[in-house]
Design a protein around this ligand. Structure first.
Ligand code: GDP
Length: 528
């Protein structure tokens, strides 16, 4: 047990967030390269790499060449054990993307230097803020024509409401890209285009070195000195506590494709992040170094192997050590069980594992007993971790089965898919299950639903789009929802736990409802 503590201490578990095409996959691949991990893909999606053999459980992935579900990569680098939680990269991302962030201890935000903050980054960022986790920014594609770095920082600060601290500073961009100046070390890392080969030749030069002036030219040197002066004077001081709470984001400029600035970034990132932190349960904080095992379910993935029709529940280990075959207590199910087939998702390989530690993610076989947010812990301890938020869907459709004789399969299918968290289902008060309202975070999930109902449950459906865009949970128990004054295009629905919700077509109607119903309290997030 001597190394129990060091096993947990070396864990770093993070998610990479970005808008599609900003370079998340490329950056992840470079990280793996440094870690010497051979197993690529599976999670590093097969768009260009054609390594998506494992994904054939869902044709949609093949047809669209994207990864619908997110998974996890583990590799070792420089004495650290790194878990990267991959999130789907398509704009039609789902709630899974959001939930993945619940299992991460920090986030890396990749931004395209020519585009700045984009829609999906903004959405994911909101969830990071909710979690109070450190956020590191990698401004990518500096080898291409980029926007002014000062503008980019200002945009991040304005749009996302987080302060920034540039750890390094770019000299030019595109054809004129000369490299970055590391503010902490006071030296320049020169850029040499090398067509994406592994190693980059770098020359480390101090700000006042003549060789630096020769290398980048007098004009660029003057500009660099001015900008560094400006940053030293104006930007906020580097404060680790503010970084740890997601108030200050360390920023790095680089180019993932040419492998420039990736390793220094990884090193600094590992340096600045912490091992797994305590998580809050109903009995108080749970120490990750406690010898008693605990974990929660943050994701359920169905039918990865169509021949077996299995479900995999993904657990984030919060404390202690997991051992194959150990007995655990499933709090919500109120019973002891042995987790079967504990697996670690090593990219395209699913590897049966013998042990795992706090900070790790494992996938276990789920015979249909787990729900998202469930706690699993040592039988001697019975506590519950705080629930995972459900995020308000933004797209809605009415769904019914074509063939009324298939009612049972329809109910079973939609309920199971909802239980996995791929969709949310609602009903109008006083209606039967023949027709449900389905809400999704990304429209791709509608296709997933249709495809899965057909292929797994043999049910054809009719789907009619609804004009709603916003969903809010009614927080007051004491309000009779029928008595609410609402605009004619606002709809009252309920979920299957009996929670009452309102569907709105626009933000203006939300304000309208709040103004006309004084006591009404509406929530943007629900709880599993
Ligand atoms: P993702 O959708 O965020 O995972 O983005 P990808 O990693 O798939 O990258 C999108 C595109 O940008 C690909 O064609 C990459 O080759 C390209 N790309 C990624 N990083 C860089 C970079 O640093 N410089 C340049 N020029 N292109 C890049």
């Amino acid at each position: 047990m001597a190394d129990f503590r060091s096993e947990i201490e070396k864990r770093r578990t993070f998610a990479i967030i970005s808008h599609p095409d900003a370079g998340k996959t490329t950056l992840t691949e470079k990280f793996l390269l440094y870690g010497g991990a051979i197993a690529l893909a599976g999670s590093v999606k097969g768009k260009k790499t054609a390594r998506h053999a494992v994904s054939d459980w869902m044709e949609i992935e093949k047809q669209r060449g994207i990864s619908v579900t997110s998974s996890v990569l583990q590799f070792n680098y420089d004495g650290y054990c790194i878990n990267i939680l991959d999130t789907p990269g398509h704009q039609d991302f789902s709630e899974d993307t959001y939930r993945t962030l619940m299992a991460a201890d920090s986030a890396v935000m990749v931004i395209d230097a020519s585009k700045g903050v984009e829609a999906q980054t903004r959405k994911l960022f909101k969830v990071c803020v909710l979690r109070d986790i450190p956020i590191f920014t990698f401004i990518n594609k500096m080898d291409r024509e980029a926007r002014d770095p000062l503008d980019l920082l200002e945009e991040i600060e304005q749009e996302l409401g987080i302060e920034t601290y540039p750890v390094n500073w770019p000299i030019g961009s595109g054809k004129e890209f000369r490299g970055v100046f590391d503010r902490q070390r006071g030296e320049m890392l020169a850029f040499t285009a090398n067509n994406g080969q592994r190693a980059v030749e770098t020359r480390e030069l101090g700000l006042q070195d003549d060789a630096l002036v020769d290398l980048i030219g007098e004009e660029a040197h003057r500009k660099l000195c001015d900008e560094i002066d400006l940053l030293d004077g104006a930007s906020c001081a580097f404060d680790m506590q503010r970084v740890r709470h997601g108030k200050l984001s360390p920023v790095f400029f680089g180019s993932a494709l040419t492998n420039f600035g990736v390793e220094p970034f990884l090193e600094e990132f590992l340096n600045m992040t912490t091992p797994p932190l305590p998580r809050v349960a109903d009995t108080g904080e749970i120490d990750p170094f406690s010898s008693e095992f605990s974990a929660f379910v943050f994701k359920i993935q169905a039918n990865m192997n169509r021949a077996h029709r299995d479900r995999i529940a993904f657990l984030r280990i919060c404390s202690g050590r997991f051992e194959k075959g150990m007995e655990v207590f499933h709090v919500q199910g109120n019973r002891k069980l042995k987790l079967s087939q504990p697996q670690q998702m090593m990219a395209e390989e699913r590897e049966i594992i013998d042990e795992a530690f706090a900070g790790d993610i494992i996938g276990v076989f789920d015979p249909g007993i787990f729900s998202i947010g469930d706690t699993i812990c040592d039988p001697s301890k019975k506590f519950e971790f705080g629930g995972i938020p459900t995020f308000a869907p933004e797209h809605f459709a009415k769904v019914r089965q074509k063939d009324t004789l298939k009612r049972k399969q329809f109910i079973k299918g939609t309920s199971q898919i909802a239980q996995e968290g791929a969709i949310q289902i609602f009903q109008e008060p006083n209606t039967g299950m023949e027709e449900v309202i389905v809400g999704v975070v990304g429209t791709l999930q509608f296709d997933v639903l249709e495809y899965r109902l057909k292929s797994e449950y043999n049910v054809d459906i009719v789907m009619t789009g609804l004009p709603y865009q916003y969903l809010r949970w009614i927080e007051n128990d004491d309000i009779d929802p029928e008595s609410l004054k609402l605009s004619s295009d606002t709809k009252l629905v309920q979920d299957f736990k009996g929670n009452r919700l309102l569907l709105f077509t626009n933000e203006w109607n939300i304000r309208w409802a709040l103004e006309r119903n004084e006591n009404l309290r509406l929530a943007e997030f629900g709880r599993w």
